[in-house]
Structures are given as C-alpha cells and as structure tokens.
Design a protein around this ligand. Structure first.
Ligand code: IPE
Ligand code: IPE
Ligand code: MG
Ligand code: MG
Ligand code: MG
Length: 294
C-alpha cells in the first residue's frame, strides 16, 4: 500500500477512536447496552467511511475537527447496519471484524437494541456539536437520514433480501449495491466536502464520484466473499453463496466482476478530476477500495 495512505489511515483511525471514546465516556446509559454498543465499535473495523469523510474534507479545507462528529456518527450507523445485517433473520453470520457477532456475544434482543441505539445516538452527536452552525446541523442530519433510511441503506437491505434466490439484471444489482452500501459512502464524501465549503460544481461531481466508489466498494466485497481469506477478512467467506445472494460474481463470473469494477474505477477517476480532486488522497483511497484484501 501507498506509504502516505498507510500513515493517513493509521493517524485517522486513532483520531476517530479518541473521539468516539470521549462521546461514550460522558454517556450514562444502561451498562449492558453500552457494553454491547462498544463491543462492536471497538471490534476494529477498517474505519473506511470516516476516513473517506476526512479525506474529502481535506481536499477543500483545513481544520478537520469540524468533521469529527459527522465521521463518528457515520461509523456508528455503519456499525449498526452490520450488527443488524449479521442477525439470524438477515445474513445469519457468527463472525464480524474477527470476533463473534454482537448477537452471538450478547443475545438477539440486545444486538437489535445496540443497533437502534447506535443509529439514534449518531444524530445526537451532530445536533449537539458546538462547532457546527444550525444550518450545517440541518443539512448534515437531512443527508444522513436520507442515506441511512428507507431511501438509502435500509431500502437497499430489503432489496438485497428480496433478490435472494433470484436472477437479477446488472441494472438491478447496481441499484441494490448503490443503496445498501453506496449511500453511506456518498454521505462520507458529501459531508467532508460540504463542511469544507466545496463549490456546488465540485459537490456535483463528487456525488457522481461517490456513486462509482460505492459500487467499487461493494463489488470488491462480493469478490472477497468468493475469493478472500477468512483470517484477513474477519468474517466468513462464502456467506453470499450460502444465502443465495445476488452478487456481481454470481451475475458476471469472477473475471466479469473484476472487469466491471475496473469500469467503475475509470468512471470514478473521471469525476474526481472534474471535482478538482484528482491529486488528492481520494484517488489513492479509490485504488485501495478496489484492490483491498480485507
Ligand atoms: C462491510 O463493510 C459491509 C459492507 C457494506 C460491504 P466494511 O468492509 O467497511 O466493514 P468494516 O467496517 O471494515 O468491518
Ligand atoms: C452489507 O452487505 C451491507 C450493509 C450492512 C448495509 P453484506 O451483507 O455483503 O456485508 P458483509 O459481507 O456481511 O460485511
Ligand atoms: Mg447483507
Ligand atoms: Mg452480510
Ligand atoms: Mg458481503
């Protein structure tokens, strides 16, 4: 991996860790709920969405602290989505981030509530952030609810479930992946650039960039579910086949999925350039999203 990118990832993982710890230190809530929320947050995901948000901020602005509450909120919503995604009623997985899934460690009811709590607490963080103006708070929460709710991630998760045991078109796959995964990635790119006062034109092209980046990310996730290593991934390989999911490798074959991903990468580059961000870390992150092995 690119040395500068490696250092960047490490630095921002630390910053994010410090920030969410401070939000939880102050939080007086039932002990078991707190333990369950922190169990999944501490399990150590790659933190790619908050890092993307910071990288997007840094293209256009400086003091990244202004983006911290949005970054933590986003990672909390992503973590909630994974806790629920792993439940027996959904993908029924036992391992996540190299550890037992939340419902295996605690129980199903606690896992459901930990997810609910991570989702709702995320909005509180943004709304209580003294470094944001009222307008910024409204815009950020409006975007975050849209990206995570029925028009975003949750909508995508239901389409994903409905596409089990079905054969779907490439167009339908793009829709599922864009909603279930792409929308939270779109929020990362939008929130960073918006808080750093990017222009409307830059935001327009970044939105298109984020669309392709979301697809790249989930196509690689599908590829790794077929050909990745369980130890590196920290989650079970072959889960999609077991659940008869509609995925890119199933639709196009492994080579076809890789070729399709490459097309999305080229589209992502084009839009990054139009957003005046082709020399930024977003470019290196695009490559990393496409080539990652975990
Ligand atoms: C996994 O996301 C779920 C998908 C949307 C494909 P990540 O691969 O970013 O998971 P963590 O956060 O690193 O565990
Ligand atoms: C998960 O997609 C997407 C969300 C959680 C919103 P997957 O079901 O493919 O994610 P993994 O493979 O379990 O991480
Ligand atoms: Mg799933
Ligand atoms: Mg899953
Ligand atoms: Mg997957």
């Amino acid at each position: 991996m690119h040395k500068r990118l490696q250092a960047y990832l490490e630095y921002y993982r630390e910053e994010l860790q410090k920030a969410y710890k401070s939000y939880f230190n102050k939080l007086e809530i039932p002990g078991n709920l707190k333990e369950s929320m922190l169990y999944s947050l501490d399990a150590g995901g790659k933190r790619l969405r908050p890092i993307l948000l910071f990288a997007s901020y840094e293209v256009y602005g400086e003091d990244v602290q202004k983006a911290m509450s949005s970054a933590v909120a986003l990672e909390m919503i992503h973590t909630y989505s994974l806790i629920h995604d792993d439940l027996p009623a959904m993908d029924n997985d036992d391992y996540r981030r190299g550890m037992l899934t939340n419902h295996k460690k605690f129980d199903e009811a606690t896992a459901i509530l930990a997810g609910d709590a991570l989702l709702t607490y995320s909005f509180e963080l943004i709304l209580n952030d003294p470094s944001l103006t009222s307008d910024e708070k409204v815009t950020l929460t409006k975007e975050l609810t849209a990206c995570s709710g029925p028009k975003g991630m949750v909508g995508g998760q239901i389409l994903d479930m409905e596409a089990e045991k079905q054969s779907v078109s490439l167009e339908a796959m793009e829709k599922i992946h864009t909603l279930k995964t792409g929308e939270l990635i779109r929020f990362a790119i939008f929130a960073g650039a918006y808080l750093a006062n990017a222009t409307d034109k830059q935001l327009h092209y970044l939105e298109k960039y984020a669309y392709y980046l979301g697809l790249i990310f989930q196509v690689q996730d599908d590829i790794l579910d077929v050909s990745g290593e369980e130890e590196k991934l920290g989650k079970r390989v072959g889960s999609d086949e077991l659940n008869e999911k509609s995925t890119y490798p199933k639709l196009l074959g492994l080579d076809g999925a890789i070729a399709q991903k490459e097309k999305y990468v080229q589209k992502a580059y084009e839009n990054l350039k139009l957003a005046d961000a082709e020399d930024s870390l977003l470019k290196a992150l695009t490559d990393y999203f496409s080539e990652r092995d975990h």
